[in-house]
Design a protein around this ligand. Structure first.
Ligand code: SAH
Ligand code: SF4
Ligand code: F3S
Length: 433
């Protein structure tokens, strides 16, 4: 039996798919080369904006052809769109045989059995079930040998007024320290060097079990063999001075943080219910710089939130100029059903969003080209993750892609390099040792 998984959305969804692969492998399934050869197709969905929703329906339209060739093949939908839509999704797409969400991925074996017996297996729960921790009993199956995601927290307790995540992923639930550390130990034994801790709001990890997030950083760093640590996504509000201090103190924590600002105008930030002002965000950036030497930043921006004026948008551009992010993920505001912002007055027309977006991209392009050239002739440490077209590739501690000419087997090794030339999204480097 062969499976094919198509994944949309954030890194947590990708990590969920890696866990689903682990469950399927434990059932004897093997990966299919492409969907046409599969006996089971799973779409792990995202519903953060309208576009990903549409992609799911168009993929279902394509995948349903599999039943002509292989009538016993099963099509499943899981993830955030499944959670948000429930039975309505099956009414729209009757081809779906099984459906569940991130709450109950561990029930996949039972759901497959039901579907194989000819029943439509739908298990969309209102709340996460008590036995959801059974999920951690399954290993993940990863494509990247050396860098591994580790989900440490599920759900989100913030209420950003544009966001569906609290509804699709439920309340914040921190995974226990023991469970995380035992996964980290197993990963290191498997050859992993870089641990990437994941949560929608990862800096809030531990709040519900009475442990501060920095404690997790210290404990992961104590596991023998962990060479690098990253974490995503930090929320500015929960990013305390103790966390910044730990980032500076722990040698394995990389000098980079993804810290979504969303908007530069404090008025808009208030309407978004982000819990900080523009000034407070910029103070967090300064605090991080003071504890973590050479730290770089990336961020998420929403353009055209309801009532956003030209002046508000200028404030966003101002944050870009002040912080000089190495990466900016920008999105046009997309109204999501059942969120407070959906029914706010002052929705912004699409052509205005598009114009603002291209101004933002233009500005970021020039900032990034300056940043890129500032890397030339510097020394960097790179963890080699792969080998492509005669070159080793990997990321610097500051999260930039580097390619390196070299001999021998450098895979999985941290090497020192000198940057020869640097373009916005890649750098050519020379091995120093
Ligand atoms: N937990 C993370 C973000 C998760 S969603 C955080 O708090 O920052 C990833 C990104 O999608 C968000 O940072 C935001 O920029 C974007 N996003 C979320 N909802 C959106 C919406 N309704 N329209 C446009 N972009 C949205
Ligand atoms: Fe969504 Fe806000 Fe939670 Fe991020 S912090 S997942 S944007 S509600
Ligand atoms: Fe999308 Fe769900 Fe992640 S809505 S961004 S897959 S948490």
């Amino acid at each position: 039996m062969k499976y094919y998984i198509k994944t949309f959305g954030c890194q947590m969804n990708f990590n969920d798919s890696e866990r689903l692969r682990g469950i399927l492998h434990s059932m004897g399934y093997q990966p299919a080369q492409n969907w046409e050869d599969a006996d089971l197709i799973l779409i792990n969905t995202c519903t953060i904006r309208e576009k990903p929703d549409q992609k799911v329906y168009s993929h279902l339209g394509e995948y349903k052809k599999i039943k002509e060739k292989n009538p016993k093949a099963l099509i499943g939908v899981c993830g955030c769109l499944a959670q948000r839509m429930g039975e309505e999704l099956v009414q729209k797409a009757p081809v779906v045989d099984l459906m569940f969400s991130s709450f109950n991925m561990h029930q996949l074996p039972e759901l497959i059995q039901q579907a194989q017996a000819g029943y439509r297996a739908i298990a969309i729960l209102e709340e996460p079930p008590e036995d959801e921790d059974r999920l951690w009993d399954f290993p993940t199956i990863r494509d990247n040998q050396f860098c591994a995601y580790v989900t440490v927290m599920k759900g989100c307790d913030k209420n950003c007024t544009y966001c569906v995540v609290p509804k699709t992923r439920g309340r914040q639930r921190s995974r226990s320290l023991e469970s995380i550390l035992s996964e980290v130990r197993a990963l290191v034994e498997d050859g992993v060097k870089e641990i990437h801790l994941l949560g929608q709001n990862v800096t809030a990890w531990g709040q519900d079990i009475g442990i501060p997030f920095e404690e997790l950083l210290y404990r992961v760093a104590q596991v023998q063999g962990v060479e690098r640590i990253r974490f995503t996504t930090g929320h500015p509000k929960d990013l305390t001075e103790n966390i910044a201090k730990a980032m500076g103190e722990i040698p394995q924590v990389c000098e980079h943080i993804h810290l979504p600002v969303q908007a530069g105008s404090s008025r808009i930030l208030k309407l978004m219910d982000r819990g900080y002002t523009k000034e407070e965000y910029l103070e967090k950036i300064e605090m991080l710089k003071s504890y973590v030497k050479g730290i770089t930043f990336s961020t998420d921006i929403i353009v055209g939130f309801p009532t956003e004026t030209e002046e508000d948008f200028e404030e966003t551009l101002d944050v870009l100029k002040k912080v000089r992010f190495e990466q900016v993920f920008s999105f046009k505001y997309s109204p999501r059903p059942d969120t407070p912002a959906y029914s706010m007055d002052g929705q912004i027309p699409d052509d205005v969003k598009t114009k603002r977006m291209s101004r933002l991209l233009e500005l970021q392009k020039s900032i990034l080209s300056d940043i890129a050239s500032s890397y030339e002739n510097t020394q960097q440490e790179v963890l080699i993750e792969g080998y492509e077209n005669g070159k080793f590739i990997g990321r610097t501690r500051t999260n930039r892609w580097a390619s390196i000419k070299g001999q021998g087997n450098l895979l999985g090794r941290v090497v020192k390099v000198k940057v020869i030339s640097s373009k916005p999204y890649s750098m050519d480097c020379e091995l120093l040792e």
